[in-house]
Design a protein around this ligand. Structure first.
Ligand SMILES: C[S@@+](CC[C@H](N)C(=O)[O-])C[C@H]1O[C@@H](n2cnc3c(N)ncnc32)[C@H](O)[C@@H]1O
Length: 239
């Protein structure tokens, strides 16, 4: 007898790839719910596979463009964008609470250089990013998917990095960070194995900085330190 598919597996069949995020909704506050309706439209980029993004149209300038995958609650995204008003940032996040929280932060701080896709970054990369376009990519503390049977869901994997790397300009950077040692090792293996990328350092990055920004200490960082996990940054450049 054939096994019945779970809702997650059905979604994956529809989207033809394994999702790197959990489809569980999570809790959302009233303020976040309201922010999605009232504020998010101001910052939202809509997924449209028939179009490539054009930063000159989106931001009305030609400043460097950094793409972030998994903004979470947006603290890092907004702190970096505030510190670098001459850089444009496009983020992707799925979780409603994160979308609400980011919208609130962007509004409170009057940030003009951030736009957000509420969509699977894997599809945004594949369908909407032109080749040789990005000045940087941030992947900070992607879900570690700790159990071995879930490792297939990890975002930093060879098939995805092979799709992402061509979107970087020559000399542009990919900055990944994790507090999970086994994922840090996987990241190192995957990025070192990508023929169009080279490590900016001999091994892990000695500091959480890349050619454009510095990653602030986040709650995942703090948790990693507190639990004795440590924290690993990797900065690779496009050849
Ligand atoms: C562990 S959190 C880290 C958030 C943030 N980068 C930080 O350091 O606080 C990972 C986030 O990535 C998001 N995410 C995972 N896969 C994604 C994908 N394919 N597209 C968009 N967001 C994704 C999840 O929803 C989650 O909010």
């Amino acid at each position: 007898m054939s096994k019945e598919l779970s809702p997650e597996e059905l979604e994956e069949l529809k989207h033809k790839h394994i999702r790197s995020f959990s489809t569980r909704k999570g809790r959302i506050s009233k303020a976040q719910e309201r922010a999605i309706v009232e504020l998010f439209p101001k910052y939202e980029l809509k997924y449209d596979p028939s179009k490539k993004i054009d930063k000159e149209i989106i931001f009305a300038n030609s400043n460097p463009l950094v793409f972030e995958i998994g903004c979470g609650m947006g603290e890092t995204t907004v702190a970096i964008a505030e510190a670098h008003p001459d850089v444009n940032f496009i983020g992707c996040e799925i979780f409603p609470s994160g979308i609400g929280a980011i919208s609130l932060l962007l509004e409170q701080k009057n940030i003009k250089n951030v736009k957000i896709f509420r969509h699977d970054a894997v599809e945004v990369v594949k369908d909407m990013l032109p080749d040789n376009y990005l000045d940087g990519v941030h992947i900070f503390f992607p879900d570690p998917w700790r159990k071995a049977r879930h490792h297939k869901r990890r975002l930093v994997s060879t098939p995805f990095i092979d799709q992402l790397a061509p979107k970087l300009k020559t000399g542009a950077y990919l900055h990944c960070a994790t507090d999970w040692e086994n994922y840090a090792e996987q990241m190192m293996e995957v990025l070192s194995g990508c023929t169009v990328l080279e490590n900016k350092y001999e091994a892990f990055s000695p500091e959480p900085a890349n050619p454009i920004t510095r990653r602030p200490v986040t709650k995942f960082n703090e948790r990693g330190n507190r639990l004795g996990h440590g924290c690993w940054d990797l900065v690779f450049l496009k050849k």
